[in-house]
Write a new protein. Structure first.
Length: 216
């Protein structure tokens, strides 16, 4: 497929997908103007998928590792029932003002709880306190197995873990395989999940690859 064809297909897909809220669109535009790595935010299509999964699974307590702008946290919170909560973890405290500026504008703002710090340090206490039924892993690729192993034992049967970027720009099948730490970590994570008898799993080839993992 040519780039032109792919671009047209992507545009067509978005034209036939429920529009994102005005606030999400505004956040996304501001991120592209004000931030250097705006492409890290989930975006319209993946955001809608997160909402669809949230609603289909009747999730109540959601955990997100890696907030960045808060775009995905907005998607998840918007799809939760009144008493639902999203606990989102971010290690880069420079993002705090941006995140809080947009959370403050959201009608569902009380459902979003931002935790600043390293996920590996924050997780043990949060996992003791809350019973999460949906988890979105989208932070340091080198720590995916660590997040997964900390979280999985605390989840009830039927809970879902989503892990983003698991095709890593197609590098998982590049020849020769890249030896950089991030690609190697994603390869190790995918193999780890694939051999794990505690879960069923698939990789959805959307965007950069999204793994859907269900605890048995
Ligand atoms: C891809 S972005 C998250 C995008 C967001 N989930 C979304 O979909 O809009 C990854 C974020 O993870 C954060 N991060 C990386 N390592 C982390 C860690 N150990 N603990 C918490 N956050 C971390 C980064 O600072 C970055 O903001």
């Amino acid at each position: 497929m040519t780039t032109d064809h792919t671009d047209r297909l992507e545009a067509y897909i978005l034209e036939h997908t429920t529009p994102e809220s005005e606030l999400r669109a505004h956040l996304s535009r501001e991120a592209h103007v004000r931030l250097l790595r705006a492409r890290m935010l989930s975006g319209h299509l993946q955001g809608n998928l997160l909402q669809m999964i949230c609603r289909m699974t009747h999730a109540h307590q959601v955990l997100e590792i890696g907030t960045y702008t808060g775009y995905a946290a907005h998607c998840l919170a918007e799809a939760l029932p009144e008493d639902g909560e999203v606990h989102t973890l971010e290690s880069d405290d420079e993002m705090e003002d941006f995140i809080r500026e947009f959370v403050a504008q959201a009608p569902y703002r009380d459902r979003i709880h931002l935790h600043l710090g390293d996920a590996l340090e924050l997780l043990p206490k949060l996992l003791e306190k809350y019973s999460f039924d949906l988890v979105y892993i989208d932070a340091n690729k080198r720590q995916y197995i660590d997040y997964y192993e900390l979280i999985l034992p605390h989840l009830p049967s039927g809970a879902i873990i989503l892990a983003d970027n698991t095709l890593w720009d197609g590098k998982v099948v590049a020849e020769p395989l890249p030896t950089d730490a991030q690609t190697q970590a994603i390869l190790a994570f995918n193999d780890w999940v694939q051999q794990d008898p505690r879960v069923e799993n698939l990789i959805l080839p959307m965007r950069d690859g999204l793994s859907l993992i269900r605890k048995l």
